[in-house]
Every structure is written in structure tokens, then in C-alpha cells.
Write a protein that binds this ligand. Structure first.
Ligand SMILES: Cc1ncc(COP(=O)(O)O)c(C=O)c1O
Length: 500
């Protein structure tokens, strides 16, 4: 039977929608609740007349809002059933970038990305950016270091976090990965040693490798080595694992790498947050080794439990290139990120940047400026939703896969699960048959290994996660019961075209 949303449910969900113009504000508010799963697909909405009365707006407002949602693929108008929610076919899904047209992973739950749908404020920021754009059209539109107002907004966001920053130290990029690529090319020559955590963000491994680096993976505190340092199922982690700072410091002093790429603020994939003491210990060791830090702060705004944040890593180590982005806190589709560069390295970094591209798009930079200026007002809704999804995913894992172990990360977007057997690659292959796509542990390992782990992002709505984890449990049983599955799966990265 078709489900229906009551008029009071919908009125409560869209209350406070942006009134200027009202039809658009209402359409935006409805689009957000459909996209984030609060109103699931296939639900009948109240009639135009009912919603008009409940919201105290004109009938035209509701009719135009519904028509706009229909035109963009979020509503279907069905004879006899009224308006029914849907999601645009394929548009906006990741698969369309990776797979040939027509080869969309239809009906599959895609957990290969730790990335979420756009924050509700994105559309308003873009609309304001369009209004501002005429003021920029008289210029050539090339801003290799970024729009001055965005560089200022980024610098002031660092200053707010206790790291005084001159806007001249900021280079705006097309996302965080582009910033990592610039840093890699500025610091690495063929054969240069670079330290990375293991596990770490897979595309950063690929970026450093393609710059010619010899990568060394250092235990990020949640790897194969210590059964005992792992929390009980679903317990709260204490700090970030006992060995991280010691291991990174020892490796830096022993290997004297040119660069160390670290993610101390809600690490991908473990979600770990490194304490001030750990940062200082690592910074001291990097200083003694003459190592430049490349610190990826992509997840810094996803502090789900509202815990007090330590100072940015660059407060402890001057020779630090800090990478940031709006992808995880607002939307990956913005493609706006940045590098904070120590003044003496700025010329070299800008030269490298100019060898790769000539700047980020002006419209997106204007939208990003607005989002950053309003950052204190934004993001709570997203964090609340992610916290609920994280807790739902942990509860579902405890229910369906009680012999798996998982930290409850204080922030970020994913759970790093330890399996009772090292068969993550086999599980990922099996899971596809159960309609779930995900990335195996070895994807996150700079030097192989980690087949005992699998990452589960919790960026999808709760009901999808519950469904995905139930399917994963079936896939896991199948993996264990299938004698044809190799017990020691390969540990080579690269089977997934893109892991976020
Ligand atoms: C640690 C880390 N850095 C960078 C990125 C890429 O960010 P962007 O979309 O801004 O390029 C990701 C994406 O998942 C990530 O996890």
C-alpha cells in the first residue's frame, strides 16, 4: 500500500522555509527533506489545497512549488494518487561519473563514498552568488590564488581556531584533493620518501604515488597490529589510539621523510581526533626530521559530539601545508578547497598550481565565501543528521554483526570496522551481489594489508544504512560459508575507481 505523509507532518518539516520568493523556499525545503530521506521515496504528499491551508500561503505558492519539484524529478503527479515523492533518475548520483552510461549500479546501495547530499543552505548561497556575479564579469575571471574575499574568509576561519593567518597565505583550489596534489608536487621529487597513516584516504595515496613519492604507511592506531588497543564493540574511543603519536614520531625520525600527510581532525576512515599532546609530540619529531607536514582538515567541521577541539596542527609545526575544503561540511559538488601555506613556500606553491590549473570557478568561490562567512550559523542540521546515522549504523552492526568491532568516532563520516577474519576484499566482492557497494580495507593501506577491516560510511539516511547493514550481514555469512572465497584476499589497492 502506498504510504502518505500527513499535512501536519509536512507542515512541521518545512516550517520556517525561506519566504523570498515563497514558492521557491517551499520547493527547496521539500527537496531537502526528500533528498535526506526524512520523507522517503514513494510517499504521497498532501494535496495542494490541504498544504495551502496548513501553511497559510496562497494556492499558487504550493502549486508552483510542487511543479518545480516535478520539473526537477523530485515529485511525480499520478492520476488518482496526487503528488508522490521520487528522486531524480541517476542525476546527481556518483555512478554517472565513473561508469559508462547505462551501467549505473541501479538499485544498489553505494557506500564507497564518505560523502553526503548537499546541505540545505547551498542553493541560497548559489543564488546570492549569481546576484553578485555581474560585479565580476568585467574582469578576466582568472584568480590563480583565489578570490580575495574568499581568501580572507578562509584566513579568518583559521584565525578563529587559534591560527593567525594572512589571506596572502591562502591558495583556493578545486577541492581538497586538488590541494593535496599541489602540495605533493611542490614537495615531492621522484623517489622522495613520504609518510602516510595506515589506513588513510585512498586518493591521497594515489596522489603522492603519482607525484613519484615512495610512500611509507604508519599505523594510524587502529590497524592490524594490536588486538588489545581496539575498543569493545560500540564503545567510546579513548583519544585516538595509544600508539599513533609514538609510531609517527619514530618513523619520522628514522626515515626522515620530505613530507608527512596526516589527517588529525576526524581521520578518514577511522574518525579519530588527535589530542593537543599527540600533535605536539608529532610536530616535535617532524621538526627534528626536517619534515614538512601536509595536514588534511577536510573533516574538521564534522565534530558530531561537540567536543572541545585542539588547536590546528599548524599551531605546533610552522612548516605545515594545511588542506581544507567545503566538500564534507557542505557539499562535494561545490569543488572548493584551499591550502594554507607558510609564507616562504608560497611562491613555489603558486608556481606548481599554475602548472596544473589557473584557478577555481568564480561562481563557486562566491558561494563558498558566503558559506564560510556564515559558518557559525550553518552545519548543525547536517551534524545532527550524521550523529543519528552514526548511532543507527553502530546499533545495526551490534545487532546484525555482533562479532565485528567498531569505534564510535567522535566525528567524520565513517566507521572503521574490524572483522573477525581478514576477508574484507572477499566480503566486498560478495556484498555487491547483495546490493551493497563498499570499499575494502586494503584500499586504505599505503603499503597493503588491512584486509581485516572494512569502512562503512554513515552519510546515507538511517533507513538505508539499516538496510545496507542487514544485507552486509547476509553477505558476510555467505563469505564465511563459501569455500571458494580465498581466505587471504589480495591486498592491492585500486579495485575501486574512486573512494571518497
Ligand atoms: C581526507 C580527505 N581529503 C580530501 C578528500 C577530497 O575532498 P574534496 O572533495 O574537497 O576534493 C576526501 C574525500 O573523501 C577525504 O576523505
Amino acid at each position: 500500500m502506498q504510504r502518505a505523509a500527513t499535512v501536519s507532518q509536512i507542515a512541521a518539516l518545512v516550517s520556517g522555509f525561506d519566504p523570498g520568493p515563497a514558492y521557491r523556499g517551499l520547493a527547496d525545503a521539500l527537496r531537502v527533506v526528500i533528498t535526506d530521506g526524512r520523507v522517503p521515496v514513494g510517499v504521497r504528499l498532501p494535496s495542494e489545497r490541504q498544504l495551502t491551508t496548513a501553511l497559510g500561503v496562497s494556492r499558487t505558492t504550493v502549486a508552483r512549488a510542487y511543479a518545480e519539484l516535478r520539473d526537477h524529478g523530485f515529485l511525480a503527479s499520478r492520476q488518482g494518487s496526487g503528488w508522490v515523492t521520487m528522486l531524480p533518475q541517476a542525476r546527481g548520483r556518483r555512478g554517472d561519473h565513473l561508469l559508462p552510461v547505462g551501467d549505473q549500479p541501479h538499485g544498489k546501495i553505494d557506500l564507497t563514498m564518505a560523502a553526503h547530499a548537499a546541505d540545505p543552505c547551498i542553493l541560497a548561497a548559489y543564488r546570492r552568488a549569481v546576484d553578485q556575479l555581474p560585479g565580476y564579469l568585467a574582469g578576466a575571471g582568472y584568480h590563480p590564488a583565489g578570490l580575495p574575499e574568499l581568501r580572507e574568509a578562509v584566513a579568518s576561519s583559521f584565525a578563529d581556531r587559534g591560527l593567525p593567518t594572512d589571506p596572502d597565505q591562502i591558495v583556493i583550489t578545486a577541492g581538497a584533493l586538488a590541494a593535496v596534489a599541489i602540495a605533493a608536487r611542490a614537495l615531492v621529487r621522484p623517489g622522495t620518501r613520504v609518510l602516510l597513516e595506515s589506513p588513510t584516504y585512498p586518493n591521497a595515496i594515489a596522489t603522492f604515488e603519482s607525484a613519484g613519492a615512495r610512500v611509507s604507511g604508519i599505523d594510524a592506531g587502529h590497524a592490524d597490529s594490536g588486538q588489545d588497543d581496539f575498543a569493545q564493540v560500540c564503545s567510546v574511543p579513548e583519544g585516538s589510539g595509544p600508539t599513533w603519536a609514538g609510531d609517527v614520531s619514530a618513523a619520522a625520525e628514522q626515515l626522515r621523510p620530505a613530507a608527512a600527510y596526516l589527517v588529525p581532525d576526524f581521520h578518514n576512515p577511522t574518525g579519530a581526533l588527535r589530542s593537543a599532546g599527540e600533535r605536539q609530540q608529532v610536530a616535535d619529531a617532524l621538526g627534528r626530521a626536517g619534515t614538512t607536514a601536509v595536514i588534511d582538515e577536510s573533516f574538521v567541521m564534522l565534530n558530531l559530539d561537540g567536543i572541545p577541539m585542539p588547536d590546528p596542527f599548524a599551531c605546533h609545526h610552522e612548516d605545515t601545508l594545511t588542506v581544507g575544503s567545503l566538500s564534507k561540511s557542505f557539499w562535494g559538488g561545490l569543488r572548493v578547497g584551499w591550502l594554507r601555506v607558510p609564507a616562504p613556500r608560497m611562491d613555489a606553491v603558486v608556481r606548481v598550481r599554475l602548472s596544473l590549473d589557473l584557478g577555481a570557478p568564480v561562481l563557486e568561490q562566491l558561494a563558498a565565501t558566503r558559506l564560510l562567512e556564515d559558518r557559525h550559523l550553518r552545519g548543525q542540521q547536517l551534524r545532527d543528521r550524521l550523529r543519528a546515522s552514526r548511532d543507527t549504523a553502530i546499533a545495526a552492526l551490534a545487532r546484525h554483526l555482533p562479532d565485528w568491532s567498531v569505534w564510535r568516532p567522535p566525528g567524520g563520516l565513517s566507521l572503521w570496522c574490524r572483522l573477525p577474519e581478514a576477508r574484507s576484499s572477499a566480503l566486498v566482492a560478495k556484498a555487491e551481489g547483495y546490493g551493497v557497494l563498499l570499499a575494502a580495507g586494503p584500499e586504505f593501506a599505503p603499503e597493503g594489508g588491512l584486509d581485516r577491516f572494512v569502512r562503512i560510511p554513515y552519510s546515507e539516511p538511517e533507513e538505508i544504512l539499516e538496510d545496507a547493514i542487514e544485507r552486509l550481514a547476509a553477505a558476510w555469512r555467505d563469505t564465511l560459508g563459501d569455500p571458494a572465497t580465498p581466505r587471504r584476499a589480495r591486498t592491492v589497492r585500486g579495485s575501486t575507481a574512486l573512494v571518497s
